[in-house]
Each structure stands twice: as C-alpha cells, then as structure tokens.
Design a protein around this ligand. Structure first.
Ligand code: PMV
Length: 308
C-alpha cells in the first residue's frame, strides 16, 4: 500500500498578471490536504474511490476527458506500465473545491506520488510538477503553472511562467485569514474573460499588469526582510487592480471591506476571482475579531494560516 499527500495553496500577489508573464507570489496552506492511498485489490481493474465527490468507478468507465482518469493514465504511460495491477486508488481531500486553494493540483500531486510509489517507481518531484501542469491544462485551459509548482514543492514560491522555480524566504512569519465566499467560480472562464478584455484594451491592461508587477516585487522584498507592516497596503493596492481587471465581485468586495474595517492590515481577493476566496493580513491577536466580521459579512468558511 502507498499513501501520499499534498497541501493546498493560496496566491498572495499577482494572480491573472502571472498568466501574461509577470511574477506572482504564492504559499502552501498546510491546514488543508489532499491524500491518495493506493492498495492492492481483489477486484479486477483499477478502481478510483473519491467519496468527497461521490465517485466510485473503474478507470475505463471514466469519461475520456476526466482529469482523474488522465492523471492515472499519465502515470502508467510515463512508467511504461501496460498491464496495471488490480488496485484501488482512494482519494480524500479537505481542500475546498473551485475556491482558489489548488484542490485540483493537490489531488493530482497526491495521486501521482502514491500511484508511482505503489508501482515501485516513485516519480521525481520535477516530473510530478510537469505532469501536474499537463493535468492543470485540462482543468484550467491556459494555466500559468503556479498552482502545480507551489503544491508540488510545498514552499513559498516567486513564480514567473516558463522560468526555473524560485522559492523565497519568509523572514518573519505572518498570519493570514482566508475567507471563502462559498461561490464556486471557474478560473478557466475568468481567465478567458480577462484575455478578451486585454485584447479589447491592451494598453489599459498592460498598465494594470505593470503595476501588479511592481507590487509583487515590493511584497517579496517586504516578506524577505521581515518588514511585514507594509504588506497590508500592498494587498489593498493589488485588490484595487484586480477590481480594474473586473475579476472581483460584490461578495468578495464585501468580505475584503469587512476584514479591513475589523482591523486587518490589508485584504484582497486571491486566485481566479468572481467567487472563491479572499485573504486578509492580521496581527495574531486580531484573528478572532476579523474572522467574526468575515462570517457576519457572508463568509461560508474561514481558515487561519501562518505563513512561515
Ligand atoms: O483560482 P486559482 O487559485 O487556481 O488561481 C488562478 C490564478 C490565475 O492567475 C488567475 C490563473 C493562473 O493560471 O495563474
């Protein structure tokens, strides 16, 4: 039997601009995890059991474009396994789905690791990252690659599309509250909408992306030097630019305002937008007050995480 896990992730700065080659910062969220366990089975075939999403199916019965089926087949083809042994792949996840927490990437990473280990040929991390990126394309169309990178390496990452992975140091740990609007949103659809808007007004969008780029550089310096107090205002600025990209929503704006009014140092939406999550930077003693304010403003779930 083989088991493997992968954490969730959250984007701190730079979502959407990252699709156009600008940098973004993202960190793992270890409070939530996806886990895959592969065990030999007396049933014939390769079975997938994912109770979270009500899935119980033999591999060949999954739709040809099913991302989980694609993950499993990619392991067999990469490892040259023509006749897979009878086994059951159990998948469990505490990562909210379609909420910008990297649930798809984490499930993929966990399955790639557990299944390749079960077959006696554990995949190296770089290959796990590359294969997960291929699967992310099925989920997201044209992903930047940030989710698979952070989830695979479980480290804070300064990410630029197509460049080697750069992790960064967190000089002084800081506390984030992640507030979930409860609205699921299709990252793929939002990314496509931004592309249409960028095509319609390229100059406007290039300016917005350049401003986001500067914010990401400043935020990285701030986190690496430990002068955390400047991060909040940078989050607020990044949120305003995301609003200009039209990827916020009334629900996200309400949570962002509620967090700021309750004493957060800064807040912004995180990830694809139009639903999913926002993040707020808080002093540890303010977590209770800001969490309550978020629930009162309509948050369906609140997670508290320390970035270190
Ligand atoms: O919604 P998430 O957390 O999967 O993040 C999407 C981030 C985007 O920059 C909008 C898209 C991407 O592929 O980087």
């Amino acid at each position: 039997m083989s088991s493997a896990s992968a954490p969730g992730k959250i984007i701190l700065f730079g979502e959407h601009a990252v699709v156009y080659g600008h940098p973004a910062l993202a960190v793992p969220v270890t409070q939530v995890q996806a886990t895959a366990t592969v065990a030999p089975s007396s049933r014939r075939g390769v079975w997938v059991e994912a109770p979270n999403i009500g899935l119980s199916s033999e591999l060949s019965d999954l739709a040809p474009d099913d991302p989980l089926g694609a993950v499993i087949r990619s392991v067999f083809s990469t490892l040259g396994v023509d006749r897979p042994p009878a086994c059951t792949i159990y998948i469990q996840s505490t990562i909210p789905v379609a909420a910008g927490l990297g649930s798809g990437a984490a499930v993929t990473v966990a399955v790639l690791r557990a299944l390749s280990s079960f077959l006696g040929q554990p995949l190296p991390e770089n290959q796990v990252n590359l294969l997960t990126f291929e699967i992310e394309k099925l989920h997201h169309g044209n992903p930047s690659g940030i989710d698979n990178t952070v989830v695979t390496f479980a480290r804070p990452v300064y990410f630029v599309k197509g460049r080697p992975i750069e992790t960064f140091r967190v000089a002084v740990p800081f506390t984030l509250i992640i507030g979930d609007t409860g609205l699921s949103s299709s990252t793929k659809g939002v990314v496509e909408d931004v592309r249409k808007a960028w095509k319609a007004s390229p100059e406007k969008f290039e300016k917005i992306f350049a401003s986001v780029d500067r914010i990401v550089q400043q935020a990285r310096r701030t986190i690496e030097t430990g002068k955390g107090s400047a991060l909040g205002p940078l989050m607020n600025k990044n949120h305003a630019l995301l609003q200009q990209m039209t990827v916020s929503s009334p629900e996200l704006d309400r949570l962002v305002s509620a967090a700021r009014s309750a004493g957060a140092e800064g807040a912004k939406l995180s990830g694809g937008g139009r639903g999913g999550n926002m993040i707020a930077l808080v002093q540890p003693e303010m977590t209770e007050k800001v969490s309550q304010a978020l629930y009162q403003a309509g948050a369906k779930r609140v997670l508290i995480t320390t970035v270190s």
